[in-house]
Ligand binder design. Structure first.
Ligand code: PLP
Length: 406
């Protein structure tokens, strides 16, 4: 029986690659004297300094105790949950009913469904760079071509809209827009979003908006859901509770369908619903708790998170902008900051992956190399640690850079 052939996996499944996992899972700690400081993960629960709101725990407990939600719900989401999501996201400019909401397995599931429904092999989709693999993974696996438009660090990571316009051809099916941005921490102005919408409108293209960080902005900033700024561009807005409510493990996300001129009505909406039927939907327990969560958890909950993130951004910017070879770009929201690394200043470091590996083994500080975001030459810092640990991490990065400079 030893010469039986190995069973093969499908071509599509083998095309699924998540660069973050591949790079990050390889890392080893060799300096055991220093506490490991993780600036690599975008999971707000990992350091234990951001507790889940009491109302949320109660809401889920009540659902469990009610015994009313142990059966299958509709695959695209419980009615009460879709109603609550619609109510909380509807605006005058972009109205929503429960029929415009599809519940998914996290925001990742939402983007995955949109990419699955909107493109055929050989067609193409526009995606920002730097990006997270989630923004294109489903399209790539299915043979949809990815065309990257640049986000510009010296313009607060605004999209290069001229390039966006030029990349579009007859096979382009959609534009992915991520705002506020992971990995950049940028928050687009109303005017910039209007400029992006103008490109979409000119080419009659829909937008897939990854807006999981909507409302997660620094003091004095405002994030506009892109659908509130257009009457003509069809928009699928993807979101979820993972980041804003600090529970990524609860896996609740959604697609908000902003159909314009009925362009999604006949095929796209029915197909988005069909896609949910592959897995019969997500757990009913958290869905049924959503009305209470969305109605009761106060704004101050996520504003507190953002105060911590903003204070960390100021610490990191202050500490790292004076380090030769590093160029931090000050964010305005989300949970991250990008820092440029001028590799020519570090004679024994050839790539930002190497920068990450050496920093980890010498200083026990874990950052995400830009390679994971298709953007070598930069590193991404997550801004979620307590302020004193953030300061400590930046001090170690400084010491490391000083030691390795020419
Ligand atoms: C974290 C993240 C997601 C995934 O959200 P989940 O709700 O955990 O699936 C999607 N998009 C971006 C930009 C993210 O940062």
């Amino acid at each position: 029986m030893d010469d039986l052939e190995e069973i093969t996996a499908s071509v599509e499944s083998k095309k699924i690659t998540n660069l973050i996992r591949e790079v990050v899972d390889r890392v080893r700690v060799t300096n055991t004297e220093k506490e490991v400081l993780k600036l690599s993960v975008g999971d707000p629960t990992f350091a234990g300094n951001l507790p889940v709101h009491q109302v949320m725990k109660e809401a889920v407990k009540e659902v469990v105790d009610s015994d009313n939600f142990n059966g299958y719900g509709p695959a695209h989401g419980l009615l009460c949950a879709r109603q609550a999501i619609a109510k909380h996201h509807a605006t005058l400019e972009a109205p929503l009913t429960e029929n415009d909401v599809i519940i998914t397995c996290g925001c990742a599931g939402a983007v995955d469904s949109c990419l699955t429904v909107l493109g055929n092999p050989g067609q193409n989709i526009l995606v920002p760079v730097p990006n997270t693999p989630l923004n294109y993974i489903a399209a790539k696996a299915r043979g949809v071509n990815i065309r990257l438009y640049q986000l510009l660090p010296d313009r607060q990571w605004e999209a290069d809209v001229d390039q966006m316009d030029q990349l579009i051809d007859k096979d382009t099916v959609a534009i992915v827009v991520v705002n506020p941005s992971n990995p950049c921490g940028s928050v687009y102005s109303k005017q910039h979003l209007l400029d992006i919408l103008a490109v979409a409108e000119k080419h009659f293209l829909p937008i897939i908006a990854d807006e999981i960080y909507n409302d997660l902005v620094f003091k004095g900033q405002h994030s506009y859901p892109i659908a509130t700024l257009s009457k003509n561009v069809p928009i699928l807005s993807c979101g979820g509770i993972g980041k804003k409510y600090l529970v990524p493990g609860w896996r609740v996300g959604w697609i908000l369908i902003h159909d314009r001129h009925d362009r999604f009505k006949k095929e796209v909406v029915p197909s988005l619903i069909k896609v949910t039927r592959k897995s019969l939907g997500i757990t009913t327990l958290v869905q049924a708790a959503l009305p209470k969560i969305l109605d009761t958890v106060p704004k101050s909950y996520y504003e507190n998170t953002m105060s911590l993130v903003e204070a960390n951004a100021n610490i990191a910017y202050g500490e790292l902008s004076v380090v030769g070879g590093l160029t931090p770009v000050m964010p305005s929201g989300a949970l991250y900051m990008m820092v440029g690394v001028k590799l020519s200043k570090f004679p024994h470091i050839n790539t930002t992956v190497e920068f990450m590996e050496k920093l980890m083994s010498e200083e026990s500080v874990f950052i995400l190399p830009g390679e994971c975001c298709q953007y070598p030459g930069f590193i991404r810092l997550a801004l979620l640690l307590p302020n004193n640990k953030m300061r400590e991490a930046c001090g170690r990065i400084r010491a490391f850079c000083d030691r390795h400079q020419t």
